[in-house]
Write a protein that binds this ligand. Structure first.
Ligand SMILES: [Mn+2]
Length: 334
């Protein structure tokens, strides 16, 4: 695995007077923590900084600085300023954020900081490291390499990104380096218990009711019940008054089922019955990304997703069949 170009990334940031940051659709704690941290670093270094998202940001991370300054851009974005560095954070490819990348003006510069294995390396400079737990972990290394001025606020944003994408330091992407960097962030003033309050103790009764509905739809199957599936329909959202962001953390929580190694979590989308399928896996079985790719999706080896054309009832019937077929092929080869 080639080492990410920390110096190159920092150098591009150094050279640009204006930074425009982009996070992916349906931003998560890592995307938002990374953008929030880099925004603050830019302000401390006298840069003009802006931040765009293709979809509204979830409510759960409103405590992060500069979230209120993020602008939702559903239209085509004009990438036309040679003075500006366009920075994509946590985006595996150019279509994960705002529209308009294909129509970019010649001479515009792009920095891609990401940790997805399937990153398409679309930018002028690609600082990509699948060995990082999170984009925030990688960004912290970029900032350290360049000697950027940091603050307690920056540290809290980075810690939030690392914490959420590593499942609170529990996923297999958590490395000794992840812990060392987290320790550095604590030395900069991060209090884990305080951030745990803000990250995790922010559920609404409506959101909890939605989790209850999802839990009541759990089904286990496959040899020795190594698979689990659960789903949420639009009716579940309507009946509980919950929002799309309330499902964050829900797929991973299904991995608590005893003996389960791979889960599928299906969410009926608003438009035309299309279904979003999230997969999570642990060691001892094929990866979440393998099955997501079979459905035309992608992601991390053990946390991935894809879209199913729907309707939900068809997806609920088809996904277990697909997993069992995948298992038959996999076990024959192992
Ligand atoms: Mn991430």
């Amino acid at each position: 695995m080639t080492e990410p170009d920390l110096w190159g990334a920092s150098g591009l940031l150094r050279a640009a007077p204006d930074w425009t940051l982009f996070t992916h659709q349906k931003a998560d704690g890592d995307a938002m923590g990374s953008a929030s941290a880099l925004f603050e670093v830019g302000v401390l270094a006298g840069r003009r900084v802006s931040w765009f998202s293709p979809t509204p940001l979830p409510d759960g991370y409103r405590f992060l600085p500069h979230v209120e300054e993020c602008q939702v851009c559903e239209e085509t974005f004009a990438f036309n300023d040679p003075e500006t560095l366009y920075v994509f954070l946590d985006c595996a490819n150019e279509t994960r954020s705002v529209k308009g990348f294909e129509a970019r003006e010649p001479g515009t510069r792009f920095l891609n900081i990401d940790h997805h294995e399937d990153n398409t390396r679309f930018a002028t400079l690609n600082c990509v490291d699948p060995g990082s737990s999170s984009t925030a972990e990688l960004l912290f290394r970029v900032l350290k390499a360049g000697g950027w001025k940091l603050s307690k606020t920056v540290a809290e944003s980075l810690y939030t990104g690392i914490w959420t994408d590593s499942g609170g330091f529990s996923f297999s992407n958590t490395s000794p380096r992840t812990h060392r960097l987290a320790a550095d962030l604590m030395e900069m003033g991060v209090e884990p218990s305080c951030l745990d309050d803000r990250i995790n103790q922010n559920r609404t009764p409506q959101g909890m009711a939605l989790w209850g509905r999802a839990m009541s739809h759990i089904r286990v199957f496959g040899p020795e019940n190594i698979f689990a599936l659960a789903w949420l329909s639009q009716e579940d959202f309507a009946a509980t008054g919950a929002e799309a962001g309330d499902t964050e953390g829900l797929p991973s929580s299904l991995m608590r089922l005893r003996g389960v190694r791979l889960i599928a979590f299906l969410t009926e989308q608003t438009s035309a019955g299309e279904v979003r399928v999230s997969f999570r896996s642990r060691e001892g079985i094929f990866g979440a990304a393998d099955v997501a790719r079979a459905l035309g999706g992608g992601g991390h080896p053990r946390a991935a997703g894809a879209n199913h054309p729907g309707p939900l009832s068809v997806a609920v019937a088809e996904i277990p069949r697909m997993l069992e077929e995948h298992y038959a092929e996999w076990s024959a080869a192992h």
